[in-house]
Structures are given as C-alpha cells and as structure tokens.
Design a protein around this ligand. Structure first.
Ligand code: THU
Length: 135
C-alpha cells in the first residue's frame, strides 16, 4: 500500500534535515554535494551525504548512505515512509540507477521528494524504476 501523504511540516522538516547533512558531504572530486533524509514509518529520521573516494567508483551516494544508516541502526525490516534529496548545485537531481535499486529494495512504497531551485518534485520508486530487480 502506498504511504499516506506527508504533511507540509513533515516535508519541510525532511528537506531541512537533508540540507543540513549536505554540509558533511565529502565531494572533492565532483564538487557536487548531496544530502538525503528519510523518515521511517515509526517517525525516526536518518540522514546521509555523498562520500567520494580517489577511486571514483567507490563513491557512496547520499541516498544509499541514509538507507544503510537506517538499516544499521534499526534493522532491515524498518519501513521507510519518505526520502528527501537535495544538492548544492543549480539543478534538481534525481537518484542514480544504483540508488534507485536500493530504494526499490528498502523503500518500495516511499514518497520521494527531489528538491531543487525550482521547487520540490514528489515522485515514487515505481515511477523512477519500473520493473526493478527483485529475487
Ligand atoms: N550523487 C548522490 O549522492 N546522489 C544522487 O542522487 C546523485 C549523485 C553523488 C555521487 C557523486 O558523489 C556526486 O553526486 C556526483 O555524481
């Protein structure tokens, strides 16, 4: 069942949390800092930022950092109600393919908020990743 709507306050809080954690991003190579915040169905918030590496392919995106933090803290059976993503560039960014697959695994029903200079786009993983892979 899709998640119930977020209130305007919840949306704003989640985007604020994503903006705050963006300051911790480690992005010396791309200079593109990303922050993500997720809200669990139990009302807990987890945050993540992108963490790059000299070996570029080892970079971990903000979305996956946040989801993995939640799994590490409360376990894989938690429910994710919403995920907000922000960046410090001048365009709204959308999760990369790897993050979409991870969102599909752990947050299949989540509301996804993509925030950019022109406002917030609300979407779902069903829209971003139709026919995602599942074992
Ligand atoms: N990145 C994220 O953290 N999330 C996204 O949704 C898009 C891309 C990061 C990966 C890399 O550190 C930088 O942004 C540029 O690709």
């Amino acid at each position: 069942m899709p998640q119930k709507r977020l209130s305007e306050t919840q949306r704003r809080k989640l985007i604020k949390a994503a903006q705050a954690v963006l300051r911790n991003a480690y992005a010396p190579y791309s200079r593109f800092r990303v922050g993500a915040a997720l809200l669990t169905t139990n009302g807990k918030t987890f945050v993540g930022c992108n963490v790059e590496n000299s070996s570029y392919g080892l970079t971990n995106c903000a979305e996956r950092t946040a989801i993995f933090a939640a799994v590490a803290d409360i376990g894989p059976r938690m429910g994710i109600r919403a995920i907000a993503v922000v960046n410090d560039g001048d365009v709204r960014s959308s999760p990369c393919g790897a993050c979409r697959q991870v969102i599909y695994e752990f947050a299949p029903q989540a509301i996804i908020l993509l925030s950019g200079p022109k406002g917030v786009r609300q979407t779902t993983i069903a829209e971003l990743l139709p026919e995602g892979f599942r074992l």
